[in-house]
Design a protein around this ligand. Structure first.
Ligand code: PEP
Ligand code: MG
Length: 560
């Protein structure tokens, strides 16, 4: 067997196929020397813009919903005569080469949009995308974005922006590998949502030649760059077994001996709620409300919020559990209307509930809107606060929520202090939900977005599992629910471990429900507890994962 490359597996599954490289991003072209033939350089600009516009219209024609709207807006920008005028004048009057003239002209438009802020400001990145495409055309380099060679392939990229990941066609892209990126980055979350195997943080992959056949394992994060025939055949069989599986989950979630574990979905809007209901989710374990308002310059009104929440609650049947998280702004998710200012260290700054308690009018308005939406639908609405560290915060949140008329209150366990005080927290609120993404980053002191620190941010880290076990034990003592809503719950090998540690529900991207449900069903509660001991007692994350995977025959059968 050839030498394996190791990255960080973020979406399980096996893939075999040829490498197609994502083009490197277009960078600022030089401002000189002046073109030898100014008129000829001017004459290149509009045709290049037209080609890009035609390509964007064609893509828009094949897309749907929000993606279609974004692509149409982009196509219109690409043929904007004002952009052409500005760039042509710069070539003619200042002797700037056409690629740089387009670059500067587009930046002028971008800065105008950024200055306008809010929804308009959020379009600034679309202008950059158009700019890069036109400049790429003028320079004769491949267009940025996901390539389409006309056959299925394994995508290799330095990094993927969420916007790129959103345009991945899972029929074409068999899997992807990035050189950079962390395990809980948006890219990783989207890969799981699409249900395609993915490995991040594998810098060596950039040295592999285009067209090379790879075998990739998205669970262990390994890549075989020179597989022999037997390895390819075995991997193809495994991928086919996975493809043959039913992607809809027909719950309810339980262990082999009938111990009920609700399998819930993580969502951010009404469309996500409908997709989750269609995928068979038993409810929602994490509704990330801030996702509705990331591009808003001003605070949404109470009635607007009520309407947005009711649309989510209405996606599910009567009595369905929906756990709503109040705004988790700050750090990587700033909300413009909260006026947070600059912080030297935002992940350790004023974020989550800390903002809610500093600006209680914002928190109260949201809680009232959630309560109003809850009473207009038949959902069983629970509410929880993000980023809670100490008991007094849990008490304050509980008070605000009850005053708004909400009956079931909880806190997220994302900070080690909260895990260590889980019993006391459960004395105050009705439930806790463990956010393993942040709990990992704060336990291991490793930025969750960092590629080089991906191995530290691994949810199989024994220290993290030990903390989760403490929270599970507190839940049992207090006879109160302990949910898990971080990405760890979506790993079908880790899910039984989490149940063994005392989790009473698991919440994940809807695509992962069927995998997790199928594996969980093969293990009794006692077997889950035994697996938890294997993982917690392991010397490190890799050996824990390997020991548990070896003890879970269902993974092999399901091609996971
Ligand atoms: C988490 O931290 O695990 C979590 C679920 O919250 P988010 O990913 O939105 O920070
Ligand atoms: Mg979090």
């Amino acid at each position: 067997m050839s030498e394996l490359l190791r990255g960080h597996g973020v979406s399980p599954g096996t893939a075999v196929g040829p490498v197609v490289r994502m083009p490197d991003p277009v960078t600022e072209p030089p401002a000189g020397p002046p073109p030898a033939d100014t008129d000829a350089d001017v004459a290149r600009i509009r045709p290049a813009m037209d080609l890009v516009a035609t390509d964007m219209w064609a893509r828009a024609g094949k897309a749907e919903g929000e993606t279609k709207e974004v692509l149409e807006a982009t196509a219109m920008m690409a043929s904007d005569p004002e952009l052409a005028d500005l760039a042509e004048n710069a070539v003619r009057d200042q002797g700037i080469p056409a690629p740089r003239a387009v670059w500067d002209a587009a930046n002028t438009f971008r800065d105008l949009l950024t200055g306008a802020g809010g929804y308009v400001g959020a379009r600034a990145s679309d202008v950059e995308d158009v700019r890069n495409r036109i400049v790429g055309e003028l320079l004769g380099v491949p267009a940025p974005g996901i390539p389409d060679p006309g056959h299925p392939f394994i995508l290799v990229a330095r990094d993927l922006a969420p916007a790129d990941t959103a345009t991945i066609n899972p029929e074409r892209v068999l899997a992807f590998v990035t050189a950079e990126g962390g395990p809980t980055s948006h890219t990783a979350i989207l890969a799981r949502a699409l249900g395609i195997p993915a490995v991040v943080s594998c810098p060596e992959v950039l040295a592999i030649a285009e067209g090379t056949i790879l075998v990739l394992d998205g669970a262990t994060g390994t890549i075989d760059p020179d597989p022999d025939e037997a390895t390819v055949t075995e991997a193809r069989d495994r991928a086919a077994r996975a493809a043959a599986r039913n992607r809809r989950w027909d719950g309810p979630g339980s262990t082999a001996d009938g111990h009920r574990i609700k399998l819930l979905a993580n969502i951010g809007d009404a469309a996500g709620a409908q997709a989750a209901a269609a995928a068979g989710a038993e409810g929602v374990g994490l509704f990330r409300t801030e996702f509705l308002f990331l591009d808003r310059a001003d605070e949404p009104s109470e009635s607007e919020q009520t309407e947005s929440y009711a649309a989510v609650f209405g996606a599910f049947g009567e009595g369905t559990k929906i756990v709503v998280r109040t705004l988790d702004a700050g750090a990587d998710k700033p909300l413009p209307f909260l006026d947070q200012g600059e912080e030297a260290n935002p992940a350790l700054g004023v974020r989550g509930l800390r903002i809610g308690l500093a600006q209680p009018e914002v928190l109260d308005k949201q809680l009232r809107a959630i309560a109003a939406a809850a009473s207009s639908t038949k959902a069983d609405v629970w509410v929880m606060a993000p980023m809670v560290a100490v008991l007094s915060e849990a008490q304050a949140f509980d008070r605000h929520a009850r005053e708004a008329g909400l009956r079931t209150t909880g806190v997220m366990v994302e900070i080690p202090a909260a895990a260590l005080s889980a019993r006391e927290m459960l004395g105050v609120v009705d439930f806790v939900s463990i956010g393993t993404n942040d709990l990992a980053q704060y336990t291991l002191a490793a930025d969750r977005m960092s590629g080089p620190l991906a191995a530290l941010n691994d949810p199989w880290q024994p220290a993290l599992l030990r903390l989760i076990g403490m929270v599970g034990a507190a839940g049992q003592t207090e006879a109160k629910p302990v949910g898990i809503c971080g990405e760890a719950a979506a790993d079908p090998a880790l899910a039984p471990v989490l149940v063994g540690l005392g989790a009473t529900s698991l919440s994940m991207s809807a695509r992962s429900l069927s995998d997790v449900g199928a594996v969980l069903k093969t293990m009794t509660l006692q077997q889950c507890r035994d697996l938890a001991v294997l993982a917690v007692d392991a010397p490190d994350a890799d050996s824990g994962r390997a020991a548990v995977r070896a003890a879970l025959p269902a993974l092999e059968e399901l091609g996971l």
